[in-house]
Ligand binder design. Structure first.
Ligand code: ZN
Length: 461
């Protein structure tokens, strides 16, 4: 279907227009995982009207308007949709990765993939030209697109020629997506420019990417300290990409709001722990991209259901745009040990984990299925499934600064996932998706899947 035809199809569903009273729904009998510290309701009910939750409680205790459609969810589990504070939209084409793929249609495709897997909102991190991102967000808000994850955006800052890794930079450079700054004054000026566009999130890259070929310039503290200060003056949240211990200490000390990445090459020390205890930043661990990919497993249907067979074969054969074959890399036991130790210590110190994936830089770890892998890692490294659901549903809304989603509560948007099994028993049960609802509307997951399975955009590999 063309984009225009889809707009028409969506208009006929009545999206963006007021629902009548008869468009009330009573969902009954499911286990309800609320998404914050509220206890689970073993047999619950909730009412949805005009895309909002208007009542939640025990089955039998929730008043529904007369004429409400009753939907029996006995045996199911309902949780809020997940929210992701760190991914990269636009460039991934599945048969290619390229700046030529970067179109509104492709950004929408990525957000539809997020929604397919139960993600309600996702933020792309410092990789889009601001004007493009603002326009896309406005169009989505105006109801011009089919249902998909809500789009959020942080503007990116880096030293000239620095910042994104060797792949992402091939997309961001021709689009002039990054604000390049060499001094504190330049950083302040760029932040003021970004603030004037009413963008309330910024990201900066601190390290020199010395893990990739050809090292880039670092952003020193005398640039990022004024950057953070200026951003805070304008009420913005600041995310810092920092992958080594020294840099993590530096940015936490300087008052960054969201620390991005986990130190993987060594165990963190008491000094970082003390800083985390003092500052309690949000923390986007983004650990899964470095794992052996699930796509390398034989017949992993959860991943394969959204990818063309050619893409799966190419990734498995190592014929991708990655520097090495992700399927022939042996598991990195030392990295895994470091992550486990660091994850536990950082959480105990008070770093506030928020769901984050880095999806969008590799087909092996892409939109939607990456979230489920990532939350599996949180459990593997010691977090309880109940806590994992909080850090992937309600807590990211604090970073995204949206109050209307993230829990199953009266007044919230009806953004929820219906599951065939209980993720509190086993976090992998978040994968047993029966259906996904965004703003009260059930996604047509079959139609989406059929679309995804076809090779999408074309471009150069
Ligand atoms: Zn990233």
């Amino acid at each position: 279907m063309t984009l225009l035809a889809r707009y028409v199809a969506i208009a006929s569903l009545g999206l963006g227009t007021a629902y009548s009273q008869s468009n009330a729904f009573l969902y009954e009998g499911a286990r309800l995982i609320i998404g914050d510290d509220t206890p689970v309701i073993a047999s619950g009910a909730f009412v949805v009207q005009n895309g909002r939750i208007t009542g939640v409680g025990l089955k039998g205790s929730v008043q529904a308007p007369s004429g409400a459609t009753r939907i029996d969810l006995t045996g199911k589990t309902v949780m809020p949709t997940m929210n992701n504070v760190h991914m990269h939209v636009g460039y991934e084409g599945y048969t290619s990765w390229s700046v030529e793929n970067h179109t509104p249609e492709n950004v929408l495709d990525h957000l539809e993939r997020e929604a397919f897997y139960g993600v309600g909102a996702a933020m792309t991190m410092g990789d889009q030209p601001a004007e493009f991102a603002i326009k896309f967000q406005q169009d989505q808000l105006a109801g011009k697109f089919p249902p998909s994850a809500r789009f959020f955006f942080a503007a990116g800052l880096a030293p000239p020629g620095g910042g994104p890794d060797s792949l992402l930079i091939t997309g961001t450079t021709p689009l002039h997506a990054i604000y390049e700054v060499s001094t504190g004054e330049e950083a302040r000026a760029a932040v003021r420019k970004i603030a004037a566009m009413k963008i309330n999130q910024v990201k900066f890259w601190v390290d020199n990417r010395d893990n990739t070929r050809g090292s880039r310039k670092k952003m020193p503290p005398d640039v990022y300290t004024p950057l953070i200060e200026e951003a805070h003056k304008h009420g913005m949240l600041v995310h810092a990409h920092a992958t080594n211990l020294q840099d993590q200490k530096g940015v936490v000390k300087a008052g960054v709001d969201v620390l991005v990445h986990t130190v993987a090459n060594e165990k963190i020390d008491d000094e970082l722990v003390a800083l985390l205890k003092e500052k309690k930043p949000y923390w986007a661990p983004v650990m899964g991209l470095g794992d052996v990919a699930e796509i390398c497993e034989d017949n992993n249907q959860f991943v394969e259901q959204v990818l063309p067979a050619t893409v799966i074969a190419d990734v498995k054969a190592g014929k991708t745009w990655l520097p090495s074959n992700p399927c022939s890399a042996p598991p990195n036991i030392q990295r895994d040990e470091n992550l486990k130790s660091n994850f536990g210590r950082m959480v105990a110190a008070g770093a506030r984990v928020v769901l984050s994936t880095d999806a969008g830089v590799s087909a092996k770890y892409s939109f939607g299925f990456a979230e489920h892998h990532e939350i599996g890692m949180y459990v593997k490294y010691g977090m309880s499934p109940a806590e994992v659901i909080v850090v992937s549903t309600s807590r990211p809304t604090e970073v995204l600064r949206i109050k209307d989603t993230g829990t199953l509560a009266k007044g919230k948007r009806a953004d929820f996932i219906v599951l065939n099994a209980n993720p509190l028993d086993d976090i992998r049960n978040t994968r047993k998706i029966d259906s996904v609802y965004l703003n009260g509307v059930k996604l047509d997951r079959e139609a989406l899947q059929a679309k995804f399975k076809k090779a999408s955009v074309t471009g150069t590999r």
